[in-house]
Write a protein that binds this ligand. Structure first.
Ligand code: SF4
Ligand code: SF4
Length: 281
């Protein structure tokens, strides 16, 4: 496996790195989420979340991560909407409920707030599979009538989907930094995912693929094959159909931990997943 080089992945040169003189304002709105995506965001290693926040991005609003809370942070958010009109990035985490009875923040409709904030954003990022595809909130009978971000906001607004449950920390930060350094979203695939991170399946870069090619499989999680690190395909690994960069970015490897890929970056994975035991019709 090649070492992960974030500068190369998002086409940033050392010169660009040294010349940067402002930070990209980010408003992070949480809908029906578990906060796992925000937690992932704080755990990027290459570059570190700390470096990103101190040097390249300015996280102006997040219910979980902002130091201020209550009316102070809500007022600050409104200020940023005005001050950085057309310049801020809107990050949305979580599925968006079908009605306000399921979620309001500070007495305001989250649905309306996302629609309004998206209109004046430089770009909108659906962070995580809930926001990108509906995720767990729309799984099964979807009791909150949740929808994904793309369903909620008009087509002419630039949107990138960064799926994963949670997404890879470096992918979240890398997408923000691409906008910071290049002034626009990275190149996207047909499903609106940044190509740099979602162009191949987990399987194609998996460190266990040589075993797959030799038809050497673990038959159970505690057999000799599992101990030798054989391919986990027969245990239900979803790596062959999951588009994500887990096996090409060092810090993120369910498969290294000895567990199958569950395909968390794919649509409806909660209903199709190997751990869920239920298929969506
Ligand atoms: S995508 Fe996963 S980690 Fe993120 S909010 Fe949804 S359930 Fe939580
Ligand atoms: S463990 Fe999964 S992703 Fe890796 S080679 Fe086997 S089937 Fe492919």
């Amino acid at each position: 496996m090649q070492p992960y080089n974030w500068l190369e992945t998002i086409n940033v040169t050392e010169e660009m790195l040294n010349k940067t003189d402002h930070r990209l304002p980010i408003i992070w709105i949480s809908a029906l989420d578990c906060t796992g995506c925000k937690e992932a965001f704080t755990r990027s290693f290459e570059p570190s979340s700390l470096d990103a926040i101190l040097n390249f991005i300015s996280l102006e609003y997040s219910e979980l991560l902002s130091v201020a809370s209550g009316f102070q942070v809500e007022e600050h958010k409104e200020t940023i909407f005005e001050k950085y009109k057309g310049q801020y990035v809107l990050a949305v985490e979580g599925g968006i409920p079908g009605s306000d009875e399921f979620l309001m923040i500070a007495g305001k409709s989250v649905r309306e707030e996302i629609i309004q904030a998206a209109k004046n954003a430089k770009a909108v990022i659906a962070v995580g599979s809930c926001s990108a595809w509906g995720g767990i909130t729309s799984a099964g009978s979807n009791p909150t009538n949740s929808v994904d971000l793309r369903t909620l906001i008009p087509d002419d607004i630039p949107v990138a989907l960064v799926p994963g449950c949670p997404p890879i920390p470096e992918v979240i930060v890398g997408t923000f930094l691409h906008i910071h350094f290049h002034g626009e979203l990275p190149e996207l695939d047909k499903k609106l995912r940044p190509k740099a991170f979602y162009q191949t399946t987990v399987h194609m870069t998996c460190h266990r693929k040589p075993y797959f090619d030799q038809k050497l499989f673990a038959e159970s999680y505690d057999d000799e094959g599992a101990r030798k690190g054989y391919c986990l395909f027969k245990l239900g690994c979803k790596g062959p159909t999951a588009f994500n960069a887990c096996e090409s970015i060092v810090s993120e490897r369910c498969i290294s931990a000895g567990f199958t890929c569950i395909g968390c970056s794919e649509k409806n994975f909660w209903d199709k997943g190997s751990f869920c035991g239920k298929k969506k019709k």
